[in-house]
Design a binder for this molecule. Sequence first.
Ligand SMILES: [Zn+2]
Length: 241
Amino acid sequence: MRKFQSVSVLWAVLALCAVMSGCGLLHGASETGGEIKNLDGITVIVDAGHGDTDVGTIGVSTGRYEKEVNLEVSKKLQAALEARGVRVVMTRESDEPLGPADEQDIERRKEADMQKREEIIGGANAHLLISIHQNRFEDQAVRGPQVFYLRNASDGAEYGVQFSECLQTAINEDLQIEKPRNINYGNWRLLKKGDQPGAIVECGFFSNPEEEVLLQQGEYQDRLVAAIVRGTQDYVEAYGV
Ligand SMILES: [Zn+2]
């Protein structure tokens, strides 16, 4: 009888896990650790935030431009995804302007850049979109990676919540973030293009002196990218594309 009871409890737990198998409840590295799974046949847009005359935020310790680190991380992400069979569409692969190079007006130049990105995203026929950024905040003590999904300011509709949750969980676990952050939302323009779920990955805070230095270290970038790939795999496994 006792044995029967414990088996019943086990099945109840397994059934509950099956029902609740969202990414917030997957137990990270042990689920997929060490095992490279293919993401064969899916298309992912990787957007390296900012670029050209738009430098993004500026590192508080080193003065490094956000746009440069975004591109470094994005190229590593491109390579890591392609190694798993993903077709990657990059919105930019250099610091060259995406719009006309002779446009002198900064705002018009930025608008042309954004329109070009929207055009690339809209035409990519992709399954997922990942946009790479570095964060900033007035309080320099604030740190930690944070993932954002789209919440339309007009009607409050939300998109990419589960995908963002999967990325946030993987990043928090695999980078062993001391004070893990939760996903948040914004009225992100680029996430409105195309039909694919998208996420803005703010890799960390350029306004935190230590984290800014960390974010520029190749080894840390590699771990971050591996976590983003793991989160993408977890999402695809849990929800499909
Ligand atoms: Zn940014």
